[in-house]
Design a protein around this ligand. Structure first.
Ligand code: ZN
Length: 262
């Protein structure tokens, strides 16, 4: 599943290409035919991301909500898109630009009440300027659930996936199985700051690189796949060389260094 940085990048890119234009929308597959017909020809004003959710705001208060889920993906073309084929849920076009959406968990029109209900279920997104970390702290510091589960719970904090979970907890030397309530406020604040920085780097770079140039001993742009993380999919910790343990946590694999994350 894409993590929040991918979704924020998509929001920026799609806004660059389509916002300010009257957008032609269609659902070649047919599963979003009514929605696409309602949006067709309306001007796209803005694209917002919150965690893993995308909101396309059109004129006349029309709002399109998209969640990619595990299998959804976008394809973007800046000229000559291919003929629609297969399970193409939504095609949006303006000028030479085309955004295709396939296989999303959600692709639906929403009204303001639907949106408010959805946002009320989501925790703060560290990539948003209006994020209030206090809301995440209020949930975490009372919880007996492991912090590794809490940071990936989208109702606690929105946008963190499996890679950033492993890496941010590692950088802060916090073991993923520690109970949320065992974190000090200072630990939480540092963790929030690390997650914010990592996600922001991901938005800029378009990929996940958590290892600093200092730790890597070379520029981050030269890191190969497999060199970009400290513990995620590593057998030895890239901070201390200690053994990395991997186990199942709420259905997803978790990684931590046995030496530097107690
Ligand atoms: Zn280590």
């Amino acid at each position: 599943m894409p993590e929040g940085h991918t979704i924020h990048r998509a929001a920026r890119r799609h806004a660059e290409l389509l916002a300010g234009h009257e957008v032609h929308t269609e659902s070649p597959q047919g599963r979003f035919a009514d929605g696409a017909a309602a949006l067709d020809g309306h001007q796209l004003l803005q694209v917002d991301a919150h965690g893993k959710h995308l909101f396309y705001r059109f004129d006349d208060d029309l709002l399109l909500h998209v969640h990619l889920g595990l299998f959804g993906r976008f394809n973007v073309y800046t000229a000559d898109p291919p003929e629609p084929r297969g399970a193409l849920r939504l095609r949006m076009q303006a000028g030479d630009a085309t955004v295709d959406l396939r296989g999303p968990t959600a692709c639906e029109l929403m009204d303001a009440d639907d949106e408010a209900r959805l946002l009320a279920r989501l925790g703060p997104d560290p990539l948003r300027g209006d994020a209030d970390p206090e809301r995440a702290w209020q949930r975490i510091h009372k919880s007996t659930r492991p912090i590794g589960a809490l940071v990936m719970d989208q109702s606690v904090m929105a946008g963190v996936g499996n890679v950033y979970r492993a890496e941010a907890l590692h950088v802060q030397r916090i073991h993923p199985e520690r109970e949320g309530r065992s974190l000090t406020r200072a630990e939480f604040d540092a963790l929030w700051a690390t997650i914010t920085t990592m996600l922001g780097d991901g938005v800029r770079a378009g990929r996940i690189i958590t290892v600093t140039a200092e730790d890597a001993g070379k520029p981050r742009s030269r890191l190969k796949r497999g060199e970009r993380t400290y513990v995620y999919k590593q057998s030895a910790c890239r901070s201390c060389g200690g053994a990395v343990s991997v186990w199942d946590m709420a259905g997803r694999r978790a990684w931590a260094c046995t030496a530097c994350q107690r």
